[in-house]
Ligand binder design. Structure first.
Ligand SMILES: [Fe+2]
Ligand SMILES: [Fe+2]
Length: 186
């Protein structure tokens, strides 16, 4: 990445951290995994990795209310989560005079981060899943019986089964089984 690109990534990280009131282990680990899966990941993919869940950060409270009512993976919520996140980051990048190609690509990647669909959206999706099993499991277990076991297991299954890369899937499997086991014992 050029110096200018590194500076823009820094600005994105600062923007996300500020809204989040600090560093999110999930965002940091998603970026780490993207670079692990694709060491030459470009600026857009790295920005999308760090900012993919920006919608969730901004809508924290209403999202939790929504989760309780419809589950974590309602199709309409997922669509909104991805589209709104893409728009928020596109606006931020525009304000920071980013190149149009970067704006378009970040928007596309965030819009597709839950289901993937092309090579780089799949990389982001896989990194998101890997980061989830590394960093988010205890958070979900702590929320039982706020949510039913089935709802949490469904989320674990979704996050694991959607992984495209067999290599990532294999390395994450022990964490997936461990999470399932822990949930079972609650
Ligand atoms: Fe997401
Ligand atoms: Fe995520």
């Amino acid at each position: 990445m050029t110096k200018q690109e590194r500076e823009l990534l820094k600005k994105v990280i600062h923007f996300v951290d500020k809204i989040n009131n600090g560093k999110s282990p999930h965002f940091t680990a998603t970026l780490k995994w993207v670079k692990k899966i694709k060491p030459d990941a470009d600026l857009s993919l790295q920005i999308a990795a760090y900012a993919h869940d920006i919608e969730r950060v901004i809508r924290k409270t209403s999202t939790e209310v929504h989760d309780k009512k419809y589950g974590f993976m309602g199709k309409s919520y997922m669509r909104e989560h991805q589209t709104t996140g893409g728009k928020i980051m596109a606006n931020f990048l525009k304000q920071n005079r980013s190149e149009q190609s970067v704006i378009d690509k970040v928007k596309h990647l965030i819009k597709n981060h839950e289901y993937g669909g092309d090579k780089e959206s799949n990389i982001l999706k896989d990194a998101d899943s890997a980061s989830f099993f590394e960093k988010n499991i205890q958070h979900f277990l702590d929320r039982f019986p706020d949510f039913s076991k089935k709802l949490i297991q469904d989320k674990f299954d979704f996050m694991f089964n959607r992984i495209t890369s067999q290599k990532v899937k294999k390395s994450i499997k022990p964490l997936y089984l461990k999470a399932t086991n822990k949930l079972e014992k609650l």
